[in-house]
Design a protein around this ligand. Structure first.
Ligand code: NAP
Length: 259
């Protein structure tokens, strides 16, 4: 990891911007952090908890730091960046889906544009983050928030961005299964923790044993077993194919809106 003596500014302190701040301080980041002032109450709360500098405006953020994260909504990126003067050598990371690298580079000249896709678990310093293109400063920052996957191909990066939406769908899946347990007499707290722990166990085991998730499922859900009966039913109902369709739907929507 790199970063000692590096300063980062964050412009856009909403849901994601706040989670980045939270996680960076939790992981005892060596960076100094400067925030844009908009979203006063959220910024004030963060400033009360962490040793953050709050700038007077967005240009002061850019002027006072080495590198900047733009964490505004996709349709705000161009307007926000166009209003600012960046420096040569500065790295400007956009976390917006659907804003292409060429568009971003145009509005941050003469700085270096980078795209990244963290998720809200950045708040607990456990966000897998995709980065395009590989950039040492950006990778060094996100390594403080979890594992980083750097891409040298923007199409592959855009497909990988879909994984950030999958991360949220997993909550809905867990809620469905926990809800079923509750409806069948298992106490709410037990249902919720059991399903979260089962999900974590599957994740840990797959991270531990080489990622052949399909083979792991087949090896356990053998024909005639109770697990197999459930997996067959999911297949018959198209439940697994629906996840693949949802990934394709998100990628299609992103491509349609890409600018
Ligand atoms: N939320 C996620 O799970 C997630 C995950 C990965 C990536 N992202 C990306 O992260 C970005 C932010 O998403 P979000 O969910 O955090 O949205 P959000 O909660 O709406 O936050 C956006 C923030 O940007 C502020 N903002 C707007 N214009 C600004 C300006 N000119 N100067 C300074 N701040 C300004 C907004 O302030 P106002 O409220 O006053 O307008 C708001 O606080 C988006 O591009 C999104 O695609 C989000």
């Amino acid at each position: 990891m790199t970063g000692a003596d590096t300063s980062w500014g964050i412009i856009g302190i909403g849901q994601l911007g706040a989670s980045l701040v939270e996680g960076l301080y939790q992981s005892e980041t060596p960076f100094s952090i400067c925030l844009s002032p908009r979203g006063e109450s959220q910024v004030r709360t963060l400033a009360a908890r962490f040793p953050i500098v709050v700038a007077t405006d967005n240009q002061s953020v850019v002027d006072s730091v080495d590198h900047v994260i733009l964490a505004v909504r996709p349709d705000q990126v161009a307007d926000v960046a166009n209003a600012l003067k960046f420096r040569s050598g500065q790295v400007i990371v956009s976390v917006a889906a659907g804003v292409k690298h060429t568009s971003l580079q145009t509005v941050v000249e003469p700085a270096i544009a980078v795209r990244a896709m963290p998720v809200l678990s950045a708040a607990i310093a456990d966000s897998p983050t995709t980065v395009y293109p590989a950039n040492a400063a950006a990778v060094g920052l996100f390594e403080h928030l979890g594992p980083v996957h750097a891409f040298d191909d923007e199409d592959a990066f855009s497909a990988a961005v879909v994984a950030a939406t999958y991360y949220v769908w997993v909550y809905a899946l867990m809620d469905t299964c926990a809800g079923w347990l509750e409806n069948n007499g298992v106490a709410t707290e037990t249902s919720r923790s059991l399903i979260a722990q089962m999900t974590r166990a599957a994740c840990n085991q797959s991270l531990d044993s080489g990622f052949d998730m399909g083979a792991m499922a087949e090896a356990i859900a053998r024909p005639g077993t109770f697990t197999g009966i459930g997996l067959d039913l999911l297949r018959e109902r198209g439940a697994l194919q629906a996840w693949s369709d949802a990934c394709q739907g998100v990628l299609g929507a992103c491509r349609k809106r890409e600018r």
